[in-house]
Design a protein around this ligand. Structure first.
Ligand code: ADP
Ligand code: MG
Length: 690
């Protein structure tokens, strides 16, 4: 009998040479190889007579035939310098030839007059003769491995014949010791549970050598369940760790007080979220909260109210924005909302003197500042850090944020809706607040997917709108966004090139009537000189620019109240959640917004996906669609998360996730921790982990 931890060298039929090949492919133990699951199965279970094989030979459906036949004769041949083998097979219905390439062993093995099982495809020779090509041969009195059943097909391991691999797997499955499995035996879970997982041993047996294809689904789910249980458990562990003996700044006053300088009434969800955050600040363990709110839902003010509480208690509150543009905008907004509180705008070069407790605003440069402040050890500590629109949340290790031995409260704000499944699993250690309504004055942005042929009319329409706006004294600002995928250097350059080109043509199209009412077109991308960029941004906010051609640098967070239309080029290259972010840039002052999508894609699926975007205005719904269509990594636009590397489970399987969750709850009730004999947590959640 084998144990999971046994070396494969112990396994019957694995000699030193095979072992070396397995090791080269990173398979050392029985467990390693058993986790190499088949990716599909071939149904070789149905038996055919020779006559049937001949009749079905040219039918399109049947590709594989398994038959039992007697060997009449077999021989080695040479054909154009290659060794070939053939055998004449008979049964009571007829006679057929089987042929092999370069397999002298088969002739040695086949004994005339004996019956064997043959399984393979059928070929038709030029003369119209039907023959079996390279059939697998098995003895009839032994249990079948390669024929006469559902046959597992494994992804190739270099140097191993599929039949050799399958034989080893069969030997493992037949001789594996029962795996001690507390989940499967319900040892840990209350017996009243309606969940009764298969045992791991059984699941492995089914998945490698199933009797029927339907059972494979349940068996695979068993591994998925194992994975999810571990994942959720790990996430909860992080949550506990986060709370442990962490010195933090505890504010005293729980009351939400909204300064009269705030020019609008908070929505109910804004108030609720702000209260949740402020309540956290009064706890004796540091906050770790995620605030999700659609673009334009008003997260900034929620951040501001929490920051205000911290400053009132004599400490600094920091907000980290993804771009300099946004940091500057936050500075202006917060100054307007909280005129009494000092603002420190941090840039990579700036030498701001930070004295009185206040708002520290900047990009990631703030993290360097924190490092520096650590050494100085004077002045107020940074007691709250807010990450705004960090698509890459989790990149920062929490230990880097500890300042004056104080573990800061962390609030992460995002417009990227996190699908339920992720929230229940890898993010379950974060507390969640959601702003699920937009300020009352908003109307849904009208959205259209346009074919290239409509480009001319689009320009005309833009021109008309802008001119009309000018006449009526309400600016109609438009953004034209050129594609962008990942911030790799080469792609970034491509984006810039595309934006430049677009700028040329837009300028040509729109600037024709310069005399009467000049339309100003500007260009903004990451490679523009800093001073120039600054000018463009200033002009943009002050309304001197009518049309801005840009890369998705504009995507995150920027609040341009007068922006009314956004045109997105090569829109099929964006995920729906990203498109939603972009769309959220317009119509923010209550005016009708427009979102026009051009797409170069010839694929019908891409078009269908975009068409859905015309009518769906819920970020959450769009994120779930992204998850189905493009996987989880895409939602966050970076590879750093490893969200995609679930080995067995799928992010869209909410039901199984719930099952895992309820198992965890029962485990917790019994104060038990689950240790898997088979899997490790396959996801490194770095979400401010340690
Ligand atoms: P986001 O959630 O995308 O960060 P912002 O905080 O930038 O949204 O807010 C978007 C715009 O809506 C800003 O101009 C802000 O002043 C305004 N706003 C926020 N809350 C309200 C509200 N309750 N009523 C009206 N306008 C609001
Ligand atoms: Mg924002």
């Amino acid at each position: 009998m084998y144990r999971l931890t046994d070396s494969l060298l112990k396994v019957h039929g694995v000699g030193p040479k095979l072992f070396e090949q397995l090791q080269d492919a990173k398979f050392s133990t029985v467990k390693d190889l058993l986790l190499h699951l088949p990716f599909r199965y071939e149904d070789r279970s149905e038996r055919f007579t020779i006559d049937q094989v001949k009749q079905l030979a040219d039918s399109p459906e049947k590709k594989l035939f398994t038959l039992e036949a007697i060997v009449k004769s077999s021989r080695n041949n040479f054909f154009r310098g290659r060794s070939m083998q053939s055998a004449t097979l008979v049964d009571e219905t007829g006679q057929i030839t089987a042929s092999w390439f370069n397999n002298p062993y088969v002739v040695k093995r086949l004994k005339n007059g004996e019956s064997y099982l043959f399984s393979g495809q059928v070929g038709i020779s030029k003369k119209g003769q039907i023959f079996l090509t390279q059939p697998i041969v098995e003895d009839i009195n032994k249990e079948s491995i390669h024929t006469n059943r559902l046959v597992p097909i494994y992804s190739n391991i270099p140097g191993l014949l599929p039949t050799v691999l399958r034989k080893v797997q069969k030997d493992l499955i037949d001789n594996i010791e029962e795996i001690p499995d507390k989940l499967g035996s319900l040892d840990l879970v209350s017996s009243q549970s309606d969940i009764s997982p298969l045992s791991l041993t059984k699941a492995l047996k089914i998945v490698h050598f199933p009797d029927e294809i339907d059972s494979v689904i349940e068996a695979r789910e068993r591994f998925a369940l194992e994975e999810l249980v571990l994942l959720i458990q790990h996430s909860l562990y992080l949550k506990e760790e986060w709370k442990k003996n962490k010195k933090t700044i505890q504010t005293q006053n729980k009351k939400l007080n909204i300064p009269s300088t705030i020019p609008f009434q908070l929505t109910t969800s804004q108030q609720r979220s702000a209260q949740e955050v402020i309540d956290d600040l009064t706890q004796d363990s540091p906050m770790n909260r995620l605030l999700i709110g659609d673009v334009g839902s008003g997260k900034t003010i929620v951040a501001g109210l929490a920051m205000q509480k911290i400053v009132e208690s004599g400490h600094h509150a920091a907000i980290i924005a993804p771009t300099q543009i946004l940091a500057e905008q936050h500075t202006k907004t917060l100054q307007k909302f909280f005129p009494e509180i000092p603002n420190y705008l941090i840039t990579s070069k700036s030498k701001v003197k930070i004295e009185k407790p206040g708002f520290i605003i900047g990009t990631h440069a703030i993290l360097n500042l924190i490092k520096k402040l650590k050494e100085e050890r004077t002045g107020p500590s940074i007691a709250l850090i807010i990450f705004d629109e960090q698509h890459r949340f989790g990149v920062t290790q929490r230990s880097e944020l500890v300042h004056h031995d104080i573990h800061p409260h962390i609030l992460t704000m995002t417009a990227t809706p996190i699908p339920r499944s992720l929230m229940l699993t890898i993010f379950s250690h974060l507390n969640l607040s959601t702003i699920d309504e937009l300020p009352k004055n908003r109307v849904p942005t009208k959205t259209w997917v346009l074919p290239e042929t409509k480009r001319g009319s689009m320009y005309q329409w833009l021109k008309d709108q802008i001119k009309k706006g000018k006449k009526e004294g309400v600016q109609f600002q438009a953004l034209i966004v050129c594609p962008f995928i990942n911030p790799s250097e080469s792609e970034a350059l491509e984006n810039v090139a595309a934006a430049k080109e677009m700028f040329e043509s837009v300028s040509k199209e729109l600037k024709t009537e310069i005399k009467k009412s000049a339309i100003t077109v500007s260009l903004l991308h990451s490679k523009i000189k800093k001073a120039e960029k600054q000018q463009v941004i200033t002009d943009l906010f002050s309304g001197k620019i009518d049309v801005l051609v840009t890369t998705p640098i504009i995507e995150v967070g920027v609040d341009l109240p007068q922006a009314s239309a956004i045109v997105i080029e090569a829109s099929e290259r964006f995920g729906l959640a990203s498109l939603h972010q972009l769309r959220g840039r317009v119509g923010r002052a209550g005016q009708q917004g427009y979102c026009l999508l051009f797409s170069n894609s010839k694929s019908g699926d891409a078009h269908k996906r975009l068409k859905k975007f015309e009518t769906i205005h819920s970020g959450q719904e769009l994120a779930e669609l992204d998850l189905e269509n493009r996987g989880a990594g895409d939602l966050f636009g970076t590879q750093q998360h490893g969200f995609d590397n679930l080995q067995f489970a799928s992010w869209t399987d909410l039901e199984l996730i719930r099952k895992a969750k309820s198992i965890i709850e029962q485990l917790n009730k019994n104060k038990a921790k689950y240790q898997s004999p088979l899997l490790k947590v396959s996801i490194e959640t770095k979400v401010l982990a340690n």
